[in-house]
Ligand binder design. Structure first.
Ligand code: FEO
Length: 395
């Protein structure tokens, strides 16, 4: 156990080896942690568990810590298996222990374990006294599951925020002031872009709601990665910023290519952007880590996508990233399309249509080139880049 604050302890598990999460969907280059917490007041409260592959290790930690029989209540802030997964194993030993969770949480736990345990439903504003402290529950619906909530431990000024403000990051220390902050923020924004950005509007609304409660906050302890104890509000401010049409000062050109014709076009477009003073990054989509690429697109102020045509449509990596752009709601950014073709040439139009469907503003007609681009055709690509840069100023 590691002391987080007086009478609050981290009792989680570090997963150094984790390189893929959510099945194989999300890359986790720096591993992750599953943070469970213990509040030791007159009552002993366990807040969240760990992913079930670690249930035995977790049980041993609980036995060596407070002792399983001394746990008076369990709070499940969110029943995704990385947090609620060990609940069944724990309750197989102490089945009558009260579980506090949201209504959606109880429904999800029942569907996961097919058990009807001692559920106590809480909602925003509900409070429970644990002794000298009082727990305040705040629901966080769809941040990022319907059951998500957080707990404020009144008397310790500590927020146990579950997934919110977390990172898939397994560093040498569990505190933000003892880790490399470049790495920390790289993982925090990747987490936000990949997991929370589809819910931007709800993030802003929830932050406004919680700020209006004027709770003194010394610690924000999420369920993954490091605990924010040095200036904890820095990550809340970042989330607020990220939730509102966030962009940084560069454009992403994402392409896939078979014999480099579309890649040559991508480079010529980049030249056009540079000619107008814009900075850009070039991504060959098929060899890029998709979770990192989603992060880069979230950060971009414009997205230009290219593919050659195969079987009357785009290459598969471009089909996948267009779907991600739509599902992550990366709208309110300008977009453009381009690509080479051999005979039918549908890809640029498919890209343009899908970017528009995703909510991006496509202001220019796509540039399409048959087989390898000539010098004149590359000049058209450069012109597309230049015009895109100019349109950014009006955007
Ligand atoms: Fe970390 Fe939504 O689970």
């Amino acid at each position: 156990m590691i002391k987080v604050k007086e009478n609050i302890y981290w009792i989680g598990v570090k997963d150094w080896a984790l390189k893929r999460f959510h099945g194989h969907e999300l890359s986790t280059h720096r591993g992750s942690t599953y943070n469970s917490y213990l509040i030791k007041d007159e009552k002993t409260v366990l807040v969240d568990t760990v992913w079930d592959p670690y249930k035995e290790m977790f049980l041993q930690k609980l036995e060596a810590g407070p002792g399983l029989d001394n746990i008076d209540m369990i709070i499940i802030n969110h029943m995704e298996p990385d947090h609620g997964g060990s609940l069944g194993h724990i309750l197989s030993k102490i089945p009558d222990t009260p579980i506090y969770c949201s209504k959606n949480g109880a429904d999800t736990i029942k569907k996961h374990f097919h058990k009807d345990w001692n559920f106590n439903i809480v909602k925003t504003g509900d409070r429970i006294k644990t002794g000298k402290y009082e727990l305040l529950f705040i629901e966080m619906k769809m941040l990022h599951w319907p059951d998500s909530m957080m707990v404020y431990v009144e008397g310790t000024n500590t927020v146990l925020s579950n997934d919110a403000f977390g990172q898939h990051f397994c560093p040498q220390s569990i505190f933000n002031d003892e880790v490399d902050n470049c790495e920390l923020y790289q993982e925090a924004i990747k987490y936000y872009a990949n997991i929370l950005s589809p819910f931007n509007m709800l993030v802003k609304k929830k932050i406004d709601e919680v700020k209006a409660m004027k709770l003194p906050i010394d610690i924000i302890a999420p369920s993954h990665g490091v605990i924010w104890r040095d200036n904890p509000m820095q990550i809340v401010d970042k989330y607020y910023q990220w939730s509102q049409n966030y962009s940084e000062d560069f454009i992403s050109i994402v392409y896939d290519t078979m014999y480099n014709a579309t890649q040559d076009m991508a480079k010529a477009i980049g030249k056009g952007l540079s000619n107008k003073g814009e900075k850009y990054k070039l991504f060959n989509c098929s060899v890029s880590d998709q979770s990192d690429l989603i992060t880069e697109l979230f950060r971009s102020k414009g997205i230009i996508v290219g593919s050659c045509t195969v079987n009357n449509t785009v290459l598969r990596s471009i089909a996948a990233i267009l779907s991600e752009i739509k599902s992550h709601k990366f709208k309110n950014k300008p977009g453009a399309a381009f690509g080479s073709y051999g005979w039918s040439g549908e890809a640029p139009k498919v890209i343009k249509n899908q970017l528009e469907e995703a909510g991006l503003k496509v202001l220019q007609e796509p540039v399409s080139v048959k087989y390898r681009p000539t010098g004149e055709e590359l000049a058209l690509c450069t012109q597309l880049g230049e015009e895109f840069a100019v349109s950014l100023q009006e955007f």
